[in-house]
Design a protein around this ligand. Structure first.
Ligand SMILES: CC(C)(COP(=O)(O)OP(=O)(O)OC[C@H]1O[C@@H](n2cnc3c(N)ncnc32)[C@H](O)[C@@H]1OP(=O)(O)O)[C@@H](O)C(=O)NCCC(=O)NCCS
Length: 201
């Protein structure tokens, strides 16, 4: 593979980043299934905007301790002009008993795609993670997303046919996961009440 040149700074986001991040994310969501591109969010094209509940989940989640329900961590890739080129976030699963796992979301601004940024963002998040597993769901036809997930060590668990109906069309949903090597890179531990079984990872 040709050597790729990375020109982005990837860093964790702070509360002060949220206003420009929300503007970026609202614009990003408008790409959902637009101009013949793949759908990447389970929402109708005409409603693909940043909702109040999404904003709130970032606003609240950044303040919640990792390992507690509702936590969220966000990283931003900053482009050469200081613009937000991409993002990745990890968030808690809704199940109390799955606090050692996280759900992943990500996006790359249309001007920065196909240069390996998604892979760099995934590696940043997985090197930070103080958790045992990262899970994600991706619309199966979203090949530009499936490719970097597979390249960075995610495994396909299941593909559910006709899981979603969007704008009157049925779509398959792929479930993927990646086990992290517990203890190698993490910086934040879960509370002792919820130890991760190291034999599982
Ligand atoms: C998915 C997304 C984050 C990928 O970002 P990116 O920085 O362009 O990703 P990368 O450059 O690391 O890798 C993209 C891969 O998809 C491939 N790809 C790009 N367009 C493709 C297409 N139309 N069909 C098939 N593969 C495609 C590229 O060849 C590349 O694979 P390779 O590195 O093995 O050659 C970006 O396209 C995006 O933001 N999409 C909308 C949001 C989204 O889908 N989020 C994920 C939801 S689960």
């Amino acid at each position: 593979m040709a050597q790729r040149e990375y020109t982005w700074l990837i860093r964790t986001a702070a509360k002060a980043d949220l206003a420009p991040f929300f503007a970026y994310l609202d614009d990003h969501l408008r790409d959902n299934g637009a101009d013949g591109g793949p759908l990447f969010q389970p929402m109708p094209r005409g409603e693909s905007r940043l909702s109040g509940s999404m904003r709130l989940s970032f606003l609240k989640g950044l303040d919640i301790e990792v390992g507690s329900l509702g936590w969220r961590c966000l990283w931003l890739a900053i482009g050469p002009a200081g613009d937000i080129a991409g993002h990745i976030d990890l968030r808690s699963r809704p199940e109390m008993a799955a606090r050692h796992r996280a759900l992943l979301g990500m996006g790359v601004h249309r001007a920065h795609r196909c240069q390996g940024l998604a892979s760099s963002l995934i590696e940043t998040a997985t090197q930070w993670a103080g958790i045992g597993w990262i899970d994600l769901e991706v619309l199966s036809e979203n090949e530009p997303a499936v490719a970097p997930y597979l390249r960075t060590g995610f495994t396909m668990l299941a593909r559910v046919s006709d899981m979603l109906r969007i704008d009157g069309v049925g779509y398959n949903l792929t479930h993927m996961t990646r086990a992290l090597r517990w203890g190698e890179h993490f910086s934040i531990r879960l509370p002792a009440r919820f130890p991760v079984d190291a034999s599982l990872v």
